[in-house]
Design a binder for this molecule. Sequence first.
Ligand code: SF4
Length: 308
Amino acid sequence: MSAATTRSRTPDRLCAEAVDLARAAAEEAAAPGVVGEHEGLVSEGDRVVTHYFAAKELGYRGWRWAVTVARASRAKIVTVDEAVLLPGPDALLAPEWVPWSERLRPGDMGPGDLLPTDAEDLRLEPGWTGEDEPPPNSVVSHEMADLVEAEDAEVTAGPPAELSTTPARGTIAAVAEELGLRRARVLSRYGLHVAADRWEDAFGPKTAMAQAAPATCASCGFLARIGGSLGQAFGVCANEFAPADGRVVSLAYGCGGHSEAAVMPKTPQPAPPVIDETRIDPFPLRPASDSGSVPVAEDEASADLGHS
Ligand code: SF4
């Protein structure tokens, strides 16, 4: 007969009655006042019983203090095996542990933080390492490169000493440099796609701003073009008043700040004053009186004074 079949599912009476002993053990293990009501017991085997008490600690909703008590065969004394805090069936549990690299979200990095990139990161692939040798008959072979250098020597100054890392013209390194591939790793096709999708979600043709725009970024004077394959679909907005200033925008995006969207109305200029020098306008010296007398012109007044 196996050991499992010999175990009794009926709790041992003396162990089941040792509630106070179990509570004392739980209170000794827990902080004072956090052991709650007795919530039941379970027979763990012959003369082994676990008592459960509600845990009243904050943040441990549904957890229980479990105290296992036992006694030896033919012994009358019950002793404590262990006291632990265990989650109940409806316990509030922490979410499953997730590695930090999967928990990281855009914007989490702060100054001084380092973000290691996985060697197998799908967004990257090897760049041009310089280990590949050109075939002997290649137009970019070392011999051809030397020839090009010799031809250029008369008209082109050599690179300054501090720029010795600049590849010589005609070499594979020079071509790789021009294409932006002369790095340990470059964006993979997958990396390009996910970046393009992300940028298009933020500043693409389906956004509300683009839908209401008078024209697209492709025709906007504030668009700064970018190189590489992404330059065929994206650029950088350089309009400080636009919502996408300094951001990568789809060429099909657009906003009301489009350089040709509206023409600024010109401020109306007042007409220049007209000076008529061919005639003299008489002006009264004194304002007309209320008696209804006619204003007297300056020359007429002078004439009157001469007659008196
Ligand atoms: S101002 Fe508007 S339309 Fe012009 S590049 Fe920037 S986002 Fe595009």
